[in-house]
Write a new protein. Structure first.
Length: 343
């Protein structure tokens, strides 16, 4: 089968490799939709930051690794101990893999497992290929095809909201989201439709703001950000186009006693003055990936989300993923919100 494999910084290769076979408790998915995330672009341009060079302690897998943690498709085969009625079902992949034995796993915090793996990003192959094998516990049936590459970022949004709820109720709170990429749009959808927050979204890219507005979000330009917010969410992370990181800029838009929720990734130092937060009694909330508690409410969340995700999709072929996917995502961010490899 055809697959993209990550070997190291700026070293990704389209290769023909053997089609995998499903073993016990495993399903074989014919991948139909696989999303290119900013995380994968960061790994390609400057990494690896997350993708492991050495064998993973849980899976024994290391580079070369098939990237993509946001994907799904149709189940074509199943291994032993898997219900054959799953064959033909459309599913999204739930990429998190944990040991199930440590104190974090036993308390429902699998995302903090010391041996955590993640399909397409850490210790396990992902979705930039024709076929993918995953455990039967790492799939969820999805009716709408356009949601397949958004399930993982929607889970990220659910987890972020649950983190925020530890500090205050989200209903009717005024929240600004910095970053209108696939993650920002997913998080905005979860916070607006399920948790009933008042959401505004900003991005430095005009075209992304226009798409967000078309999808029904209140999109604001920088000079329109005038009020102080109960929460600012950094869904942008580091970007070469940004002079001031969203993590720092977002603090300027906070009310006293409020919070900055960070889901963006930063692998280089940024300048933070703690007293700027201290004197206003503001806090920083960190949120990473998702856990089983978030998965439990995913079906309920999906029923409430009103966003038409088709607005954000731009399709390419797997054979063109390097030029039309990775290179484009690095140099022409304005032209897309979500690039999807579709077959």
């Amino acid at each position: 089968m055809l697959a993209l494999r990550f070997y190291g910084q700026r070293d990704i290769r389209l290769e023909n490799i053997p089609k995998p076979k499903p073993k016990k408790d495993v399903v074989l998915i014919k991948v139909s939709d696989a999303g290119i995330s900013q995380t994968q672009i960061n790994e390609f341009v400057e990494g690896p930051f997350i993708i492991n060079k050495e064998p993973h302690p849980l899976t024994n897998k290391s580079i070369p690794l098939i990237p993509c943690q946001e994907y799904g498709g149709i189940i074509e085969e199943v291994g032993e101990n898997v219900d054959r009625n799953l064959i033909g079902k459309q599913v999204a992949v739930l990429p998190l893999i944990s040991c199930g034995k440590c104190e974090y796993c036993k308390s429902g915090k699998e995302h903090l497992c010391d041996k955590m793996a993640y399909h397409g990003l850490l210790g396990a192959d992902g979705g930039f290929c024709e076929y993918s094998v995953v455990n039967k516990n790492n799939i969820i049936e999805i009716e709408k095809r356009e949601l397949l590459t958004f399930i993982e970022p929607i889970l990220v949004g659910i987890h972020a909201a649950n983190q925020a709820k530890r500090f205050f109720d989200l209903k009717d709170k005024n929240i600004l989201i910095l970053g209108a990429g696939a993650v920002g749009i997913s998080v905005a959808s979860v916070f607006k439709d399920f948790f009933k927050a008042n959401i505004e979204i900003n991005d430095i890219l005009e075209a992304r703001l226009k798409r967000a507005k078309k999808a029904g979000f209140k999109a604001v330009k920088k000079d329109e950000i005038s009020k102080k917010y109960d929460m600012v969410i950094d869904a942008a992370g580091i970007d070469t186009l940004i002079e001031i990181p969203a993590f720092i800029e977002g603090q300027n838009y906070l009310k006293k006693g409020s919070a900055l929720l960070n889901i963006g990734t930063y692998f280089h130092p940024i300048k933070l003055i703690p007293s700027n937060l201290l004197l206003k009694e503001q806090c920083i909330i960190e949120s990473i990936t998702y856990n089983s508690n978030d998965v439990k409410i995913l079906p309920e969340v999906l029923k409430t989300i009103k966003t038409d995700f088709k607005i954000f999709l731009d399709f390419i072929d797997l054979k063109n993923i390097i030029e039309d996917g990775y290179y484009r995502a690095e140099v022409d961010k304005e032209s897309f919100t979500r690039i999807v490899v579709r077959s």
